[in-house]
Design a protein around this ligand. Structure first.
Ligand code: AMP
Ligand code: TRP
Length: 338
């Protein structure tokens, strides 16, 4: 293969911290993972090491890692086209994280807004939560990654990964590719349906604010129909004045494969009832098959574990090479084969 036809490398990860991914995860990040399998050499990771930075229940975590992998396959990842694996099966991740942690300034890590937000919500904050973005940088840099498809809330973590790559390369000589975030503008931040000023998140205080990929059609319809809008009756995009309707328009355009402008024209003169009713069907249609296929993948655990083991093996081939390089550069002995 010549350099010209070598595919770029892509990497992304998601935490197994809930029983189901939500529409924000899907539209902000996961949906982009699917076409990237064709254009890049893609590695996708269920980041269970990151998941223990907050309180967790071991059995629940283990099960959620499997359910997460099943959902990723269900939404279109193909194990013949990409490498899908669970982070704890690739020990090179925490090994590189140690080195990168020794390159990260204390103040630099303290400026991460996700750390500030998450630690404010926790009763006890751990060192693991503080160094979370360093482990994320290790995830990315181990694969000589060029593209990282994520939602807007990961931009700052990506900047840190880039800074660490450049810093290490400057100090020790060229070792890591400098990665770039791939963020789709229109769906970079999907908002909560009940509180459209906030991003959709599993920790939404309102049970109706967040649509999960594994929600039943009835639940989805209820959530969409009770989404907060405004006192006008005009389907118009205006993030400042009409954050609720604008969010619904973004969701509709993305899932319905259309544009906000076309939707505004289509619903001119119609009320929110029609708009929400149609949107509910679009959402049900888009995520219904994901629910069905997730159940199918979960029905054959042995096959699911085989796919993950195969992904981990491919991941280790790449990760171990980068780790050996970094070990040598900092003056370590070569890592023992594991
Ligand atoms: P997390 O659930 O925090 O592990 O997020 C997994 C992926 O989903 C990351 O790439 C996030 O940037 C993305 N994401 C999470 N919430 C949203 C949201 N409300 N809108 C868009 N992207 C999101
Ligand atoms: N921090 C990311 C999130 O919460 C998850 C993640 C961990 C990740 N490692 C990564 C994303 C590497 C992209 C690349 O969404």
């Amino acid at each position: 293969m010549t350099t010209a036809d070598r595919k770029p490398r892509a990497f992304s990860g998601i935490q197994p911290t809930s029983d189901s991914f939500h529409l924000g995860n899907y539209l902000g990040a996961l949906r982009q993972w699917v076409p990237i399998q064709d254009t890049a050499d893609a590695f996708y990771c269920v980041v269970d090491l990151h998941a223990i930075t907050v309180d967790h229940e071991p059995k629940v975590l283990h099960e959620r890692s499997r359910v997460s992998a099943a959902q990723l396959l269900a939404l279109g990842l193909d194990p013949e086209k990409c490498s899908l694996f669970v982070q704890s099966q690739v020990p090179e991740h925490p090994m590189l994280a140690w080195i990168l942690g020794c390159e990260t300034g204390f103040g630099e890590a303290g400026r991460m807004t996700q750390f500030k937000d998450k630690s404010a919500k926790q009763e006890r904050t751990t060192v693991g939560l503080f160094t979370y973005p360093v482990l994320q940088a290790a995830d990315i840099l181990l694969y000589q990654t060029e593209q990282v498809p994520v939602g807007e809330d990961q931009r700052q973590h990506l900047e840190l990964s880039r800074d660490l790559a450049v810093r290490f390369n400057t100090t020790y000589g060229s070792t890591f590719k400098v990665p770039e975030a791939r963020i789709v503008k229109e769906t970079a931040t999907i908002k909560d349906l009940s509180e459209p000023e906030k991003k959709m998140s599993k920790s939404s205080p309102s049970p109706r604010g967040c649509v999960y990929l594994l929600d039943e059609p009835g639940q989805i319809r209820k959530k969409i129909k009770s989404a907060v809008t405004d006192s006008e009756a005009e389907v118009r995009y205006d993030v400042e004045r009409k954050p609720g309707v604008s969010n619904l328009l973004n969701i509709y355009a993305a899932l319905g494969d259309t544009t906000v402008a076309k939707l505004e024209a289509e619903y001119a003169g119609k009320g929110y009832g029609d708009f929400k009713g149609d949107l509910a069907e679009v959402v049900v249609e888009a995520i219904g098959p994901i629910t069905r296929r997730t159940k199918e993948y979960l029905a054959d655990r042995a096959e699911l574990d085989r796919i993950l083991a195969q992904g981990a093996e491919r991941a280790r081939q790449v990760a171990s090479r980068t780790l050996a390089k970094a070990y040598k550069k900092v003056g370590f002995f070569p890592p023992a084969a594991l």
